[in-house]
Write a protein that binds this ligand. Structure first.
Ligand SMILES: [Zn+2]
Length: 207
């Protein structure tokens, strides 16, 4: 089951609960703000969140991480180069709002890693490295469920911006063409700032 929750911090952002229906265990992707609200949802539904997964280190995707981690005592997972953003309020843009949102001590993953749920080995997400929006951008893909959590790499009808630290347009387009458009066309894309879409739908906008 996938529950998309739009949270409201300095800007709005979509975070996602990706939950195994059978065991009620699952993952929380990009909790950007409103930790209390997300924790209440977890409690109400009886979910057991095994890890917080980050698509990249921008402030609007990480604002609720520390509070949720401290409450649930669960690992935070991010790309191996994510500290460039997670430990810098300049690079993660929180300094633009006179805030300092930092996330320390994450568990690193790299291209090709599989994040597997302890209660159901069939329930897993593969890490795909998709630099361009930032140098630490990854997407999480489930082959079984044909779903992709794309962060800010690709949205419905648009792609991530490249004007912030580490952004590069050619790199982003290359990531999208070689890493996302090569996935099955019926894969549903859940992004950080748009309604869901499908790989095939987005591909046809470009080709
Ligand atoms: Zn971003």
């Amino acid at each position: 089951m996938i529950e998309q929750v739009t949270v409201y911090g300095y800007i709005s952002e979509n975070c996602f609960f990706y939950i195994d229906d059978e065991s009620k265990h699952g993952f929380l992707i990009d909790p950007g703000a409103q930790a209390d609200r997300l924790l209440a949802m977890i409690k109400e539904n009886g979910w057991v969140i095994e890890g917080i997964l980050l698509t990249h280190g921008h402030f609007d995707h990480i604002g609720a991480v520390n509070e949720i981690r401290d409450t649930l005592h669960i690992p935070v997972i991010a790309f191996e180069r994510a500290d460039d953003y997670l430990l810098s309020s300049y690079a993660n843009l929180s300094s633009q709002f006179n805030d300092e949102i930092l996330v320390k001590d994450v568990k690193y993953v790299k291209e090709g890693d599989e994040i597997v749920l302890s209660t159901n080995p069939q329930f897993s997400l593969r890490v795909i490295y998709t630099p361009g929006h930032t140098t630490d951008s990854i997407v999480y893909y489930s082959e079984n469920d044909r779903v992709l959590f794309s962060g800010d790499t690709i949205f419905k009808a648009s792609i991530g911006n490249t004007r912030f630290p580490g952004g590069d347009y050619d790199t982003l387009v290359s990531s999208i063409i070689h890493k996302i458009f090569t996935l099955p066309e019926d894969t549903v894309i859940y992004s950080g700032h748009s309604e869901p879409t499908r790989v095939g739908t987005e591909k046809r906008r470009y080709f």
